[in-house]
Every structure is written in structure tokens, then in C-alpha cells.
Design a protein around this ligand. Structure first.
Ligand SMILES: [Zn+2]
Length: 193
């Protein structure tokens, strides 16, 4: 799983030779926060012990977690919201337009490197296109120290911050995007500090 996620390809070696297969895909995965499923839930009590939760979460290896760009908590939807006729928030059509515009920005920016998305950026492109101002640098440095992020997670944060700036139509990454990108690494954090 790691190699295809990293390189967009995988190879299988047998006695007769090695065959490389393209493996360009978006990995979307879901898990419960704990064995009972209610950790962090506002209206139900989680009955798991710290050790049970830690063991449960360790089933995803650190190296695999490192290669997932965005971690998002999805809280339980309450009955009233589920049955409400009023749809709150933006429609998918509006969001689609914003995503399409951000993708166009990325295609233009990464044309020279023959890449099309921020996610595909290598170390050089990250250095060139994810420059931070003093505020952003400060936030990232603090987060790296406090939360013990890996070097790989560091680059993921920069790429996600670049994408957030593109979605907002901003030419430069500001502290806000860095903070938001750090929020998307919830599973890297210690459970109980
Ligand atoms: Zn639980």
C-alpha cells in the first residue's frame, strides 16, 4: 500500500521478471475513533480504556498514516439534522466550481514539472511553491515540536496549506492555511496529553 500511495505505481517481481503497474488512485478510508465508536462523542459515553483505544489505533501503522494527507473527524449526525428539510451549508455544485478553479491554478503552476496536483509535488516543488511567511513558519515550527510530526507529515501539511490557499484564491500561503492544515493531522496527535 505504501509504494503505490507514494509513487503512483507498484511492481510485482517473479522469477520471469518484474512488471510495473500504474496505481494512481485516491485512498479514502474510514475508521471508528475507538472500539466502541463513541470516543469524542458529545451525547454518548465512550467505555473504552486508554490502552484499548491506543491498541485499536495502532492497527494503522505510522508509515501508512504518514502517507494520508487529510484526517477528518466526522461527528455523529443528530436526529433533527438528519430529518430536517433545510439543507445548510454550500451546495456541491458551488464547491465543485471552487475545486475546479483550484485545480486549474495547480495545473498552471506545476506545468514545468509535468505535474497536475499539489499532492503530487516532490521536495523541490514543495520548496518552490509552499513558501511560508514568518507567521506560518512559527505555527509549523511550534506544531512540529509539540506534536512530534514526522518529516513526511511536515511536507503533507505544506501541500495541504498550498491547496487551501488555492481554494481561497490566495497567491501566498498565510498562517491561517498552515493552522488549518495542521488541524487535518488529528490522528498524529497523542490521545491523552
Ligand atoms: Zn470507546
Amino acid at each position: 500500500m505504501r509504494r503505490p500511495l507514494e509513487d503512483g505505481m507498484d511492481s510485482i517481481s517473479r522469477a520471469a521478471g518484474t512488471v510495473a503497474f500504474p496505481a494512481c488512485f485516491i485512498l479514502v478510508a474510514a475508521m471508528n475513533p475507538c472500539p466502541c465508536g463513541y470516543y469524542g462523542c458529545s451525547n454518548r459515553q465512550c467505555r473504552c480504556s486508554v490502552r484499548q483505544i491506543e491498541n485499536y489505533r495502532k492497527r494503522i501503522s505510522g508509515p501508512l498514516l504518514d502517507r494520508i494527507d487529510i484526517h477528518v473527524d466526522v461527528p455523529l449526525v443528530n436526529f433533527r439534522e438528519l430529518t430536517s428539510d433545510v439543507i445548510s451549508g454550500e451546495s456541491s455544485a458551488v464547491i465543485r466550481e471552487r475545486v475546479a478553479a483550484a485545480r486549474e491554478i495547480q495545473v498552471a503552476r506545476l506545468k514545468m514539472a509535468k505535474l497536475t496536483t499539489n499532492a503530487a509535488m516532490g521536495a523541490k516543488q514543495v520548496r518552490d511553491h509552499c513558501k511560508l511567511d514568518a507567521e506560518g513558519k512559527g505555527y509549523l515550527e511550534h506544531a512540529m515540536q509539540e506534536m512530534n510530526f514526522s518529516a513526511r507529515a511536515h511536507d503533507r501539511i505544506l501541500k495541504v496549506a498550498r491547496t487551501l490557499a488555492d481554494l481561497a484564491g490566495k497567491p501566498d500561503i498565510t498562517g491561517n492555511e498552515v493552522l488549518e492544515a495542521i488541524q487535518f493531522r488529528t490522528l498524529d496527535r497523542q490521545l491523552f496529553e
